[in-house]
Ligand binder design. Sequence first.
Ligand SMILES: [Ca+2]
Ligand SMILES: [Ca+2]
Length: 254
Amino acid sequence: MTRILKYCLAVAAALMLAPICSAETRDRAGTADKNGSMQSLPDGEVLRWRGYSAWLIDPTRRYRHGVLGDAIEAGGFAVRTPQGRVAVYRLDSSAVFEDRRVRLADLDGDGVPEAVVIKSYLQRGAAVAIYRLKGDRIRPLTEGPAIGRANRWLNIAGIADFDGDGRLDIAYVQTPHLAGIVRVFTLRNGSLHEIGRKAGYTNHRIGSGDLDLARVVPGSATGARLRIAVIGTNAMAVLGFRNGRIVELSRSPN
Ligand SMILES: [Ca+2]
Ligand SMILES: [Ca+2]
């Protein structure tokens, strides 16, 4: 038993209270069970940002889509703070997280990461959902537009400053197995605003668990670039912003 745990138990016993040093916090829906356990998504990943880490939980089969290789999606996610506390957020039955990871990025520059996840509504398809960490709790901040139909998905391609204005943006591919529309959004005043789109690219093969067929290429003074597959070909393209629009800067092979 660690010294910290001994201390917690001693304090709890002394105060005749439940242990106050529990690592778990609880959201509105109630979260972890009494032992604080959570079931992770079988093919989920843990992503980290500075002292934070995040992962998907609550495997569910309530959305019969399966473009990521199985029909098991996540019903919630957890974030561990640098202080070791774990906050949990759970969706209601109208949606799932159709994703393998929770991306952490400080979109508003306040020093605390936001959580960015692909959320799929059972009736309206996928949207980008952003959550804010507030103390030990997770609160919904905003969402992008849902595609509008069930079984229509999007795949996040990268989070970087694509238009060079100094603020992070979110790039995703809407329907990467169909039209393959690259859309770039930025967070402004608590809402997502679209700053560019361009059709004809993909960052996912249907049925694959690999979400990373696109890569952010950092380092340009005019903004980060996106290296991404051209849909229906074996070519890779590099996309970037020019004069406020997304353009294809290069392609190989031509
Ligand atoms: Ca932030
Ligand atoms: Ca930007």
